[in-house]
Design a protein around this ligand. Structure first.
Ligand SMILES: [Zn+2]
Length: 412
């Protein structure tokens, strides 16, 4: 049987359909923040689309959507991504993976193939982090707790429980969303980084997803006049921060790897005034890597750097660690299968890590999971400027299609 191809025009229309929801004409950005009205409206629309296409549809307790094709009972191969966006997000992040999953199922159906194992299209909820992120896939994987669900609040302090109630849901329903019948999970997503474009390869297959740790640091020295305080008598909080920042490349060279990323992206000085030696600074050291041992080594080195900077500048230190997520190794056999299918389709594919978090990493706790990347122009995402070439999208979608045919055992 020659390989199937997706219908690019239909995929295009599907993505456009999704992106009619939450579009801001003035900025060109998309606003489907988890559980906002636009997010709920797109879900209702997408469920109708899947139903009209003849799929068996269902919405679970956290508003994840499913469209099932194939045997009504028994296990399934699941494919999809999220429908929510960050504020003023781009057209492809999440939405593309959902549209591709449905397009693949429609292509399989139109070719007259019947899957031996059902394929389920999934559109997950609250991936982007209004309440911490990946709530939908965590509920499917069974990794959310009742305690967390009732405590969770967004940046404005609005409780998840209130938001869910306003949309006709109850946080406890998240605990009923766990699935135990998913054999494999596959997600296609835009890379959100520059690597594929840089090496001119149309497809990435992620082998792992970076973990994230944040060290919230406060240096306390003494605020004083910038003209009258001699340099050697200062307790300058910014000087301490500068030392820590300047030490990052050296510490990565000594303890990191090629995938280590250390960033100080946020700092607040007091009094933050031109003519004052700053007496206090709060900053966050963001550490990312795909290897827990490397993250441990980098964290230890940064902590020593912080101590040294504090001593050198006569500062008191406090450090609060917030472990956002540990690195996840995606399923090796499933990634191998994708590489094999890419080769037989004549598509070049790069084995690479993911620097950003995705539903696939949560799903890996439940079942073998895989993540296919397509290039992001300029590496840009979470922005109206997000763009992926349609020729690359077709290649990635055809790889997803081949993998779904194989994993579901679809035959004439
Ligand atoms: Zn995403």
């Amino acid at each position: 049987m020659p390989p199937l191809s997706i219908d690019s025009g239909r995929l295009h229309r599907l993505l456009e359909g999704i992106n009619r929801f939450g579009f801001n004409r003035e900025t060109g950005g998309y606003n489907r923040i988890g559980y906002c009205d636009a997010d709920m409206a797109v879900r209702e629309w997408f469920l109708d689309v899947m139903r009209a296409d003849g799929l068996a549809t269902r919405r679970d307790g956290v508003a994840n959507l499913y469209g099932r094709f194939g045997p009504p009972d028994g296990p399934c191969v699941m494919a999809g991504s999220h429908l929510d966006t960050v504020p003023e997000g781009g057209a492809f992040d999440g939405a593309l993976g959902v549209a591709v999953a449905l397009e693949c199922v429609l292509s399989i159906r139109d070719a007259g193939l019947s899957p031996r194992v059902a394929i389920e299209v999934v559109a997950t909820a609250e991936e982007e982090g209004r309440f911490g992120g990946m709530l939908g896939s965590q509920a499917i994987a069974g990794t959310v707790t009742s305690d967390w669900l009732w405590r969770a609040a967004d940046a404005d302090g609005t409780k998840l429980a209130e938001v869910m109630a306003a949309q006709g849901m109850n946080p406890n329903d998240a605990l009923t969303a766990k699935r135990s019948d998913v054999q494999f999970f596959l997600e296609l997503h835009v890379e959100q980084g520059p690597i594929l474009e840089d090496c001119a390869i149309p497809i990435g297959i992620a082998h792992s997803i970076a973990g994230v740790r944040n060290l919230h640091v406060r240096f306390t020295g003494e605020a004083n006049h910038s003209g009258t305080t001699p340099m050697h008598l200062r307790s300058d909080a910014f000087a301490g921060l500068a030392m820590v920042g300047a030490g990052i490349p050296k510490n990565i060279a000594a303890y990191g790897g090629e995938h280590t990323r250390v960033t100080i992206g946020k700092a607040t000085l007091w009094p933050n005034f031109i003519h004052m030696v700053p007496g206090e600074v709060d900053f966050v050291v963001n550490i990312r890597d795909i290897d827990t041992a490397i993250m441990d080594a980098i964290e230890a080195a940064i902590r020593l750097e912080i101590d040294a900077a504090a001593r050198a500048n006569r500062l008191a230190t406090s450090i609060a660690k917030q472990s956002r997520m540990e690195p996840v190794r995606l399923d090796t056999e499933l990634a191998d299968l994708l590489h094999e299918e890419a080769r037989s389709l004549g598509l070049e594919a790069l084995a690479m890590p993911s620097g950003a978090g995705h539903d696939a990493q949560t799903m890996q706790a439940l079942c073998p999971s895989a993540l296919i990347f397509v290039p992001s122009r300029g590496g840009i995402s979470h922005s109206p400027r997000e763009w992926t070439e349609w020729s690359d999208i077709e290649k990635g979608a055809n790889l997803m299609l081949a993998a779904l045919v194989r994993l579901s055992g679809a035959t004439l």
